[in-house]
Design a protein around this ligand. Structure first.
Ligand code: ADP
Ligand code: MG
Length: 246
């Protein structure tokens, strides 16, 4: 089995705040890992470390066999890792001044030097795949939140990532649009994409996750198959959290 993410004894501080505590976590190729936990527990920080958006202080982290150094170390692999890791945020973060199509072709043409015609054809295919083939020439502000988030997913996929990170991708959406984004993520998972997903959508987690991880105050206190974690949580923190959200 290929391990796409390998974290060992990872610690992260914001000043004096110890945000991630001795995190050991591996994600296998094709695995879908859902991370749950209360607000402020460190979920975003954890996945942001994986593509180097946050630095960590100690421990080791490898992404697709490329080591990322702790703070102050040599970050020679950062550009390569960013190419291989797609990220989707709560607030879509599309470029407002670019059309949908150009949002998707920008990184492949700039970073990978993909020819414009090739990148454009890929964008068309990806937009079809996320169900918005007819929106290519619109600007993000002309789309619904659900459509914008699907563009954001297509944009990440255009780089042919080895791993996709999702940080509460449906939390900013009106309820009626959550399903269409989760459907796209479900399809991606089925097709074998390796995914780390922070979400409060417990139904989705139960259905799609291979493994659920519960984080409490920067520590992984429970992990297991979704049915085990949701139906029979072992840790009292997990029990309390689930009794609030389920
Ligand atoms: P979650 O995503 O689980 O809600 P975060 O990873 O965003 O949690 O935050 C974990 C902790 O780190 C919180 O206490 C938060 O206030 C703090 N934190 C997050 N980002 C920063 C930052 N850039 N500077 C200082 N503290 C931060
Ligand atoms: Mg967060």
């Amino acid at each position: 089995m290929t391990q796409i993410v390998k974290m060992k004894g990872m610690n992260k501080y914001f000043g004096k705040l110890h945000v991630l505590k001795n995190i050991d976590l591996t994600v296998e190729q094709g695995e879908v890992v859902v991370i749950i936990g209360a607000s402020g527990s460190g979920k975003s920080t954890l996945i942001r470390c994986v593509n180097g958006l946050e630095e960590f202080e100690s421990g080791t982290l490898e992404v697709d066999n490329h080591p990322l150094a702790p703070r102050g170390g040599n970050q020679k692999n950062l550009a390569e890792i960013r190419k291989e890791v797609g990220m989707v945020f709560q607030q879509f973060n599309l470029f407002p001044h670019l059309t949908v199509k150009n949002n998707i072709t920008l990184a492949p043409t700039r970073v990978k030097r993909t020819a414009q015609v090739v990148a454009s054809a890929t964008a068309d295919r990806l937009l079809e795949r996320v169900g918005i083939g007819s929106q290519a020439d619109k600007y993000p502000s002309q789309l619904s939140g659900g459509q914008q988030q699907r563009v954001a997913i297509a944009r990440a996929l255009a780089m042919e990532p080895r791993l996709m990170l999702f940080d509460e991708p449906t939390s900013a959406l009106d309820p009626e649009m959550i399903g269409e984004v989760l459907d796209v993520m479900r399809e991606l998972a089925k097709e074998g994409m390796t995914m780390m997903v922070v979400t409060h959508e417990m139904g989705f987690a139960r259905e799609v996750a291979d493994r659920v991880i519960y984080i409490h105050e920067g520590q992984i206190v429970e992990e297991g198959k979704p049915d085990d974690v949701f139906d029979n949580p072992q840790n009292e923190r997990t029990q309390a959290f689930l009794s609030r959200v389920l």
